[in-house]
Each structure stands twice: as C-alpha cells, then as structure tokens.
Write a protein that binds this ligand. Structure first.
Ligand code: ADP
Ligand code: ASP
Ligand code: MG
Length: 410
C-alpha cells in the first residue's frame, strides 16, 4: 500500500464529465489498496473569469477580497469530485485550504505555505477515505483566506505530499509529461522520461508553466517523488523529476527550451558613468517592490553609459513612471522602454561539461536574422531577449539546431 497525492489541473476538471473521469481514475488507485489524497484546480477558465469579474468592480482589486473571490473556483470542483467518488461507492471528504489548515504568510495573491497540519488528513486516510483538497489556497495566521499565485495548485499538491511523506506526487494535466519545449509551439517536441530537479527548476522559472516553480522548489527541498502525467490517457509513465544523485536515463546536453512573454525592457540612456549609478537606478525600483530580472550595463564612452534591465510586464508602466520622476536626479539623457520582447532560454545540466553551446545558439538565431537584445547565462542555462514577434521562430529553430526531437544516445 502506498500513499499517493494526485493533483488534477483545470482542463482535467473542466466539466462534470471530466470530474467523473477523475473519480474513476482515483477509484482505480483506491482499488489497488493505495491511500489517495486528491488536490484540485478550479475548472479551466474559472480563475480568469473570477479575476475579470473583480476588475469590473474595482480596477485594481483589493488583494484580500480578490483571494476570497478566486479561491471559490476550487471549492466547486472539490465538492463535485467528492460527490462523484461517493457515487462510485467510495468514502470521500472534500476540504478547503483553511479547513485543512494550510497555513501561509499573509502575502495575498502570492502567499507562501508555511505549515500544514497533516494529522486530520491522516485520520481520514486511516478511516479509508479519499481526501479531496482545494488547491491554490490557504489561510494566514489571522484566519484570512490566501492564494498561492497562478498555477498554485501544483504547489498545494507537492506541499501535501511533503507533509504526508507520500510515496509519490502525481501532477495530472493535459500533456503526458514534460516536453523538450511547449508542444503547442513545437509539435515535434519530445516527452522526457526524466528531467533533473535542477533543470525542471530552470524550466519552470524561465517560463514553462507545466509546473509552478514553487512546487518544484518544494519537491527539491523535501525530496518529493514528483511525476507529471496526462489525465486524458490511461497508460503512460509521464515524466519523473529526478535528483542529482540518481542516475539519469537521458544524458542530453540540452534538455529543454523555455520561453516567456512576461517581461518588458527598460533602458536608461546616457547616465554618468560613475560609481553608484546602478544603485541610483535600481535602489528606488527595489524600494517600490518591483523585481528586476536581467541587467546589462554597457562600457561607458564619453563618461556616460547605458543601463538596461527587464521587469515583469505588469510592472512596466510603474517602473517607467518612477524612473521618469528620477531622471533629473540620475542625470539620464533618455528613458526608453520596450514591452514587446520575449525571453528564450536553453537549459541542460550537460552544458557544464560541453563547450560551444552558446555559439550554436547565437549562430542559429543569426541565421534567421533574429537580433539578440540581451543575454544572461548560468551554469546550466543561456537566456536571450529578442523581439516578441520572433519568439516562435526562435524556439523552433533552436529545437531543430539542438536536435531535441531525437532521444539522446545512451
Ligand atoms: P494545468 O491546468 O493542468 O495545471 P497548465 O496549463 O498549467 O495545466 O500546464 C500544462 C501546459 O503547459 C501544457 O498544455 C503545455 O502547453 C504547457 N507547457 C509549457 N511548456 C511545457 C513543457 N516543456 N512540457 C509540457 N508542457 C508544457
Ligand atoms: N486555479 C488557479 C489558477 O488558474 C490555480 C491552478 O490552477 O493551479 O491559477
Ligand atoms: Mg498549471
């Protein structure tokens, strides 16, 4: 007998038919003698619908009330699944995040899980019940409802698996695993049998929304056995996230390509090239709680320099306005911005032991006349910022250039 946590995403519970299908899948695991905890998302599109409703009422919705609102999506699906399970003759109970005391901090709309009280869940499991928990939500110390950020049900699933020392956490979605890149963009993308935890962390943080980054962080911290699978297929091993010490089945140099359109670029032109310039520009940005991602400062000429960085697109207007006010103080000639950029990243632990990866990437983009606007690298990834209109082309040609559609020779 094993204890399994299964998380089903929005498309897997999109309607009553899909929910009944999930109930049947859960029943199969139960029949095999396993204990099962199920974590659910809201029906696909529901969270967006609720956010849009809030915006109709208040242009910048109050974060506390927004969390009260958007957490309702998951409450609908858990109740329906518990009913469907009971209809199949199983014992089941649904719980909201606060009912199972998923304690978080009080950062509404992006709260972090601090603690989970697993004793009550265990009592239910020991009584033979399937426990169905609402994903994406928790409660702060004062009893306020909080949510964990978009895609946060993944994190609920992994956190519950960690708290319960589950044998496996299975993330069921609409693709049958983690692919070399988003299969919606590159149809030739290939499912990976395994991916290392480090690579998955980079993929998630650089834009692959198949797993929320915090769920991967949790899996790493508590060594949760994490697998991504399809709820639309009855067979298949999905993709297993492995840890360094385990032997990898695949030894590719590049494992995957991630991309996002979430960022915008800001250039502060013609600033005096003196010590403290970076701080003068980025200090106030940080004070305004705006996260900065990539940063480039050119070598100065004529005692002035250009300073370029990226922020989340949602923070773009605010950052431009803030720097506009500071312009005289910084002594900048001009502040320019570009919202139509995209970031493309190649990721692979094999990069550590291979040279020439960056040059292959740059040559491939050059051959398509795609201008690279910014570059950043780490031990296992190279990211470039390009014009958004070339994003899909860039991902496709890079996928081709690194032959990601082929399984690496073992
Ligand atoms: P869910 O609602 O089940 O949480 P998501 O939409 O959050 O599902 O995540 C699944 C989607 O992630 C897929 O439909 C796919 O388009 C996208 N995706 C992006 N990158 C990848 C990747 N490397 N491998 C698999 N899917 C990916
Ligand atoms: N329903 C939430 C969202 O759409 C959480 C999730 O699906 O993981 O972001
Ligand atoms: Mg998701």
């Amino acid at each position: 007998m094993a204890l399994i946590v299964q998380k089903y995403g929005g498309t897997s519970v999109a309607n009553v038919e899909r929910i009944k299908h999930v109930a049947e899948r859960v029943a199969k695991f139960k029949m095999l003698g396993h204990q099962v905890v199920v974590v659910l998302s809201a029906m696909s599109g529901e969270t967006n619908r609720l956010i849009a409703l809030a915006r109709e009422v208040q242009s910048e919705p109050d974060p506390r009330e927004l969390d009260v609102l958007v957490s309702t999506g998951e409450q609908v699906t858990i109740a329906l699944l518990a009913m469907a399970l009971k209809d199949l003759g199983l014992k089941a109970r649904s719980y909201t995040g606060s009912q199972v005391r998923i304690l978080t901090d009080n950062a509404f709309t992006k709260a972090r899980i601090l603690q989970i009280d697993e004793a009550a869940l265990r009592a239910d499991l020991d009584a033979g019940r399937v426990v169905v928990v609402a994903g994406f939500q928790g409660m702060d110390a004062a009893g306020n409802i909080t949510t964990l950020g978009r895609g946060g049900s993944d994190t609920t699933g992994v956190a519950l698996a960690a708290a319960l020392h589950a044998d496996e956490c299975q993330i069921y979605t609409d693709v049958d695993g983690v692919y070399t890149t988003d299969p919606r963009i590159v149809p030739q993308a290939r499912r990976l049998e395994t991916i290392t935890f480090e690579e998955m962390l980079e993929m998630a943080s650089l834009g692959s929304k198949v797993l929320q980054i915090r769920s991967v962080e949790f899996a790493g911290k508590y060594k949760v056995k994490l697998r991504v699978l399809s709820s639309f297929q009855d067979e298949g091993e999905g993709t297993l996230i492995t840890f360094e010490e385990e032997k990898h089945m695949e030894e590719a140099i590049i494992s995957g390509i991630a991309f996002n359109r979430d960022e915008a670029k800001i250039t502060v032109q013609g600033v005096p090239d003196t010590p403290g310039v970076a701080f003068q520009i980025l200090g106030p940005v940080a004070d305004a709680n705006i996260d900065v991602d990539m940063i480039i400062q050119n070598t100065g000429a004529n005692n002035t320099t250009d300073f370029t960085f990226t922020v989340h697109r949602n923070d773009y207007a605010r950052t431009i306005a803030l720097l506009g006010k500071l312009q005289p103080q910084i002594g900048a000639r001009e502040i320019m911005g570009d919202e139509h950029i995209a970031k493309v990243s190649i990721i692979g632990v094999g990069m550590r032991s291979h040279v020439g990866i960056a040059s292959t990437m740059f040559r491939t983009l050059a051959q398509e006349n795609i201008n690279i606007r910014m570059i950043s690298t780490s031990e296992i990834k190279i990211s470039v910022v390009i014009d958004e209109k070339y994003l899909e082309l860039a991902v496709r040609v890079l996928h081709d250039a690194f032959e990601l559609e082929k399984a690496p020779a073992v």
